[in-house]
Design a protein around this ligand. Sequence first.
Ligand SMILES: NC(=O)c1ccc[n+]([C@@H]2O[C@H](COP(=O)([O-])OP(=O)(O)OC[C@H]3O[C@@H](n4cnc5c(N)ncnc54)[C@H](OP(=O)(O)O)[C@@H]3O)[C@@H](O)[C@H]2O)c1
Length: 335
Amino acid sequence: MLSRDEKYMRMCFALAKKGFGRVAPNPMVGCVVLDKDGNLISKGYHKKYGENHAERDALLKLKNNEAEGGTLYVNLEPCSHFGKTPPCVDLIIEHKLKRVVIGMKDVNPKVNGITKLKNAGIEVDYVLEEEAEFLNRMFIKTMTKKMPYVVLKTASTMDGKIASKTGSSKWITSDAARKEVYSMRKKFDCIMTSSNTVIADNPSMEHKFKCVLDNDLRTSKDAKIYQQGEIYIASKENTPLKNNQLDIEAVLKNLYSKGIYSVFVECGGTLAGSMLKDNLIDEVYQFIAPKILNDNNGLSCFNGADIEEISQAKNLKIYELKQIEKDILIKAIVL
Ligand SMILES: NC(=O)c1ccc[n+]([C@@H]2O[C@H](COP(=O)([O-])OP(=O)(O)OC[C@H]3O[C@@H](n4cnc5c(N)ncnc54)[C@H](OP(=O)(O)O)[C@@H]3O)[C@@H](O)[C@H]2O)c1
């Protein structure tokens, strides 16, 4: 059975997730406040970058003494510094909470909320730390590595093919799965694709920011992808090379410096394989259609390395499995 602390921390996670796609580079944070008798009296979450943090959102809904002696649940250590908003720790102290239950410590070195809370005589406990870190994996990576979080999406047959040997690929998955992709794209700061995919499929990939990897500027400016949104073309004119190909790590660092904190990659097996080999993919979203191409010459989702032993395969951890009409979607972390 869930303990009371676990129950309210899970509530914080659910609230936090409402901010997915809108709060970066900040973390997703939810907050729940109980009064001294254990009654739930307020909830809040961080809705958008620059707006109130979750604790402030929850506490400002209360009268000054309502939370006195109560417990505040929050999935991330409360901030103690002035950023876009004043420190949440000060507001927690002002509201005279007795206990604060935290999911994870903040990896931002500017934050020292726990010490400040303890110095004010507030009890601090932790619960579901691993789950809290998993929830904010994007924030942890961008804050500690100064690189965007990278999710690669691919859609394949059951034998792992994304196109026939002639490049025919429309359509492997159903309309419903493709609609799911449209809404996924909105959660990311940037879509990244390749010259080959633009030339083969001429996709529009509607988004506010798109990055096309095009070493020799082979794509036509009339391609649909260039008709909308901000475009960054990485070519050998503006990007260092690695093994005669664009250095994707350099491209990602460059995107980070432009304020891009998450990248959704949609490409064929050559680029996907090369990025996987270089450990540049954090997660894979793989749609699988109930089809078998049954041709070794068809294009594979990942086609990057000359592997002899199965022990050399990349390992992933599946964290979500969903059926979308006839297709399935697997979401997995690259280990
Ligand atoms: N089912 C799906 O989910 C899906 C999604 C997208 C595409 N596709 C299919 O995939 C096919 C294209 O696949 P593909 O394997 O030929 O191409 P790809 O993987 O999309 O792109 C490979 C190209 O990316 C560029 N690139 C730049 N830097 C690179 C690096 N470091 N490593 C590797 N590539 C780099 C290179 O072109 P330059 O030298 O010109 O830069 C390279 O030829 C199309 O038929 C398309 O329909 C399927």
